[in-house]
Design a protein around this ligand. Structure first.
Ligand code: GLN
Length: 532
């Protein structure tokens, strides 16, 4: 069967949840046993997201193959429970680099290279190639940005061209504001946005409306009238308890039937898959008691900076029947005025770069260790756990990382040897999946993973300095995970069985219904040791 293409376009503003819709539409097709993958266009000229500050663009999500991508890829993986590949991300920078490299070797000899047809042609070639290579029934494409932006214009034009020869379904996500005390639902912005799409030669087949409350029948009728669509093609996207209920909410409105019909797909749903998903959603939306976790980091001003960490905590909680309330604490605040960490059931220090706020994170780790509070350190959080231990248990004054002070005497954390001399910043870290051997069956790590060889995703340049291994062992730090060649310390633990740090990023592999083992064991410890 020829692959069908489903294009998700957002109107009026960003932040409406195109990622959730892209994931949900893909999930729905998987409920009907179709082979489907998501793909994303990002208009920015960066080659990938690796060099973008998480404050600006949310967390950098790392795939198995080491690609550093937009956080939407985390959402896709969590919804679909699959490991995606770099080829599913096309940025402005990537597609232009492809075209220009071809030009340099003379592939367009004689031609002046234009946005249309060369750049658009390359985009079409790319998506068709992904579809064929992966033998897909459907490719769901999220167009990043908003319709009308300069950045994504050529991507949208490419999709118009694609629709001339292929089966393409256009889905438009829009926003319906509710104005004043009466909360009247206003359709005018969407009417204008729709006109803009029509100017671009695109007629949406389905209109999904983000709104604070359910769409009134009157609103639907009005939208239908102005958009040449029947009422049943105007779909409600009002607030939900958990985003994971969105596929079910869309199906309850018949969006699946319309989609299948339009694409000429058969209508037999795999009820087992739907049931399994509904159970996961149920566990996520009805937690009984709560534990509270402090995430102490530097990008705490924007929730999205630690999206996967947050999701992993929530999924772990759902598995254990508890809700996890998360407070983000800016570590510089702890540095400046101190912070009362006693109300929390556990402390987590996530990944990060640079030395701002480092001392506040170290103070939080010290607090956890001295007060027998569960601690989970991820990447930088593991490195700082080692520095705190060196300073306050092994008595090494001034212990630090060469990331913070190249000339320090005691670099407990040092630059990995293969990073020496690396100056370029894009895709040059130790990235993607690497193995780790758990050293001791009595360790927290083994208790969590229940197997000796594990695989996790990584993103770092620095590592534990092996010169300090012996001293740490004497001081009582357990090195419970090593790289298979025994050269790199991957996991460390306190002897009290409450604190663990990993050089990896287990949050990237965590899925609802299948949470990352270290997160489950951390939340479990929070439940077991909580005071009330
Ligand atoms: N900055 C540290 C390193 O590069 C930690 C990286 C991270 O937390 N992802 O090793």
């Amino acid at each position: 069967m020829q692959t069908k293409f489903i294009i998700i376009l957002g109107s009026l503003m960003s932040g409406l949840g195109k990622g959730v819709i892209t994931s949900s539409i893909s999930k729905i097709l998987s409920f009907y046993d179709y082979k489907v993958l998501p793909l994303k266009f990002d208009g920015y000229l960066n080659y990938d997201s690796g060099t973008i500050n998480p404050y600006k663009h949310g967390e950098v999500f790392v795939l198995e193959d080491g690609a550093e991508l937009d956080m939407d890829f985390g959402m896709y993986e969590r919804f679909l429970n699959v490991n995606l590949k770099n080829e599913l991300s096309i940025t402005g920078g990537k597609i232009m680099t492809t075209v220009i490299s071809k030009e340099r070797v003379g592939e367009f000899l004689g031609d002046d290279i234009q946005i249309i047809p060369h750049l658009t042609g390359e985009i079409i070639k790319w998506v068709k190639n992904v579809a064929a290579k992966n033998n897909l029934d459907a490719l769901v494409i999220e167009v990043g940005g908003t319709v009308g932006d300069l950045e994504n214009g050529y991507f949208i034009e490419a999709m118009r061209q694609l629709s001339l020869s292929e089966d393409v379904e256009f889905i438009n996500l829009t926003y319906i504001p509710q104005v004043g005390l009466s909360k009247e639902q206003k359709t005018k912005p969407t009417q204008l946005a729709y006109r803009l799409l029509m100017q671009l030669g695109i007629k949406p087949d389905l209109l999904i409306c983000r709104c604070g409350s359910k769409l009134a029948e009157k609103t639907k009728e009005k939208l239908a009238l102005f958009t040449n669509l029947t009422n049943d093609r105007i779909i409600d996207d009002s607030d939900v308890d958990t985003i994971y209920s969105m596929p079910i909410m869309l199906m309850a409105q018949g969006a699946d039937k319309i989609l299948l019909d339009d694409l000429g797909f058969k209508n037999t749903r795999n009820e087992r898959k739907v049931r399994e998903w509904a159970e996961i959603v149920d566990r996520l939306s009805k937690p009984k008691k709560k534990v509270s976790v402090a995430i102490v980091g530097k990008y705490t001003g924007a929730d999205d900076s630690y999206a996967s960490v947050k999701e992993a905590l929530v999924s772990a909680g759902a598995e254990l029947g508890v809700g996890v309330s998360i407070e983000f604490i800016d570590s510089s605040l702890i540095e400046k005025k101190g912070y009362d960490l006693s109300p929390f059931d556990g402390i987590l220090v996530p990944g990060g770069f640079g030395n701002r706020g480092i001392e506040g994170m170290i103070a939080a780790i010290k607090y956890a260790r001295e007060n027998n509070m569960p601690y989970l350190g991820i990447c930088l959080g593991m490195q700082l756990m080692c520095i705190e231990f060196a300073r306050n248990v092994c008595g090494i004054e001034g212990a630090t990382s060469s990331e913070f002070d190249k000339n320090a005497e005691h670099k407990i954390i040092s630059l990995m040897s293969e990073q020496e001399g690396v100056t370029a910043k894009g895709a040059t870290m130790r990235l993607g999946t690497y193995g780790c051997m758990i050293q001791d069956k009595n360790s927290l790590a083994y208790g969590a993973y229940k197997q000796e060889r594990i695989m996790e995703r990584h993103r770092h340049r620095y590592e534990f300095n092996n010169e300090y291994r012996e001293l740490f062992a004497k001081g009582g730090m357990v090195i419970s995970g090593m790289s298979p060649d025994k050269n790199m310390v991957e996991i460390v633990e306190w002897q009290n069985g409450l604190g663990i740090g990993t050089q990896a990023h287990p949050e990237f592999k965590s899925r609802p219904g299948n949470p990352a083992p270290l997160f489950t064991s951390f939340v479990n410890l929070c439940i077991r040791t909580r005071k009330t």
